[in-house]
Design a protein around this ligand. Structure first.
Ligand SMILES: [Zn+2]
Ligand SMILES: [Zn+2]
Length: 452
């Protein structure tokens, strides 16, 4: 018997730098290769990947988020010569994110020429179409319900079935109807545990609150700032606003990388990638794309005009909504908008996503009013935030009940909890004893997948 092992280079009992090597005597398959973003500091590379890159047969990427993809271009630099497999939307999105990463951190981990090498070796694939990744090993991508193009990866390793969920969502979201599960029972399950101790409210309930507040705030001629993650949450928020006819006359300004991501999303509005329910909603609303609504206004990104546009948007008399990056207020146009609108107590700053400890977003979320902004001229500026803070508890990750359902339905005897903090994982361990005894990996320590 040729034992299959797993070695994690990150995302064991924390979120960040997801990267897992499945290996036996003859094969090495790498699942994801992300970096870990650290508030106010440079990102961290997955530790140890450089040394094994040369022997990897294939790399499979679950989705574009940088904590899963950010280190991939470094693999070519360190000797990887195989192919990268991912969905077509992931390829389009991740390319933008990689370019953005170069702008933010420069060539710390990899350079433009490494990026070129990756692009020559990407193979795109659809959901539910098995493909060969090494001799005796096939893989299949399965809809994850997380962001556009996001996949779970099912691997048939000489008869042993391994399901890597990466990031999954069980909830109905504007574009997806939750994750799919393979029909066959699997032997090994690698499952994320981000919301291991959290029940996520039904999205439709949060949507009602968001729409009501948006209407009320803008009727009173005030501004609603919605900092959002460029991939996923911003499209969801915009779709929620687009499909509410009560907001048809409210100007909705879209600033930053979100506009590029909206364009990419428009290329994939087919039932291959988004739910049929969403497509019929669009049809009913008479829209080809949710982002083509008359009241949606992309802010021009030509640098000498951008600041004037932002000033105009912030200071005019109209009630409006501004959807912009970054989602955790670690930089981006939101800082300029906060500088211009944040000291007016009638305006609202609405959080639409989880705020990681140590970020400016988390500081404000926890009640801090004295914040330091990076202005568009690169100067730090302190302000006393007077705008009201509202919280809309969306999550891109599966609720704890959705995680439990995967563990039960997968049939796996071996379960590994990944991509979640210790508290989440301990909570899961306390209630899944009857299904299997999940294990938690140690970084850079090879662990046998199946205990015989
Ligand atoms: Zn993700
Ligand atoms: Zn993730």
């Amino acid at each position: 018997m040729n034992d299959i092992n797993i070695t994690a280079y990150g995302a064991t009992d924390f979120v960040g730098r997801s990267s897992f090597l499945l290996h036996d005597r003859d094969h090495n398959i790498l699942l994801d290769c992300g970096i870990q973003l650290v508030p106010k500091q440079m990102s961290i590379a997955p530790k140890g990947v450089d040394n094994i890159a040369h022997k990897v047969d294939s790399v499979l990427l679950s989705h574009a988020h940088i904590d899963h993809s950010g280190y991939i271009p470094a693999l070519s630099k360190h000797g990887f010569e195989g192919n990268y497999y991912m969905t077509h939307p992931t390829k389009e999105i991740v390319y933008k994110l990689w370019l953005d990463h170069l702008k933010i951190e420069g060539r710390r981990h990899w350079s433009e020429s490494d990026l070129d090498k990756v692009f020559r070796r990407i193979k795109t694939t659809e959901y539910e179409k098995p493909f060969k990744v090494a001799d005796g090993i096939t893989a299949r991508l399965i809809n994850a319900g997380h962001v556009l193009g996001a996949a779970q990866i099912l691997i048939d390793w000489e008869g042993t079935l391994i399901l890597y969920t990466a990031d999954i969502n069980d909830r109905i979201t504007p574009m997806f109807d939750g994750y799919d599960l393979p029909d066959e029972k699997v032997d090994v399950l690698l499952i994320e545990s981000t919301n291991g101790d959290r029940y996520v409210p039904e999205r439709s309930k949060i949507d009602v609150g968001l729409r009501l507040m948006a209407k009320q705030i803008t009727d009173e001629k005030n501004k609603m700032l919605l900092p959002s993650f460029a991939v996923g949450r911003s499209q969801e928020t915009l779709i929620t606003l687009a499909l509410d006819d009560d907001l048809n006359d409210v100007p909705i300004y879209i600033d930053g990388m979100i506009n590029h991501m909206n364009m990419i999303t428009e290329h994939f509005l087919s039932d291959k990638w988004v739910s049929k329910r969403f497509l019929s909603q669009l049809k009913e609303a008479g829209l080809y794309s949710p982002f083509e609504k008359q009241n949606f206004i992309p802010v021009p990104s030509i640098s000498n005009r951008t600041h004037n546009s932002r000033k105009y948007i912030s200071k005019n008399e109209e009630g409006s909504i501004i959807v912009t990056t970054s989602g955790m207020l670690e930089g981006g146009p939101i800082h300029t908008y906060l500088e211009l609108c944040g000291t007016n107590p009638n305006n609202v700053l609405g959080f639409t996503g989880y705020q990681v400890e140590g970020t400016t977003g988390r500081d404000i979320y926890d009640g801090n009013k004295n914040i330091t902004l990076q202005t568009s001229y690169g100067q730090p500026k302190k302000i006393n935030l007077k705008a009201k803070v509202m919280k809309f508890p969306y999550s891109g990750h599966s609720s704890v009940d959705g995680l439990k359902a995967v563990m039960e339905k997968s049939g796996a005897n071996e379960i590994f909890l990944i991509h979640g903090d210790k508290r989440n994982q301990e909570y899961i361990l306390s209630f899944v004893k009857d299904i299997a005894k999940p294990r938690i990996l140690k970084e850079a320590v090879p662990t046998k997948l199946v205990c015989l």
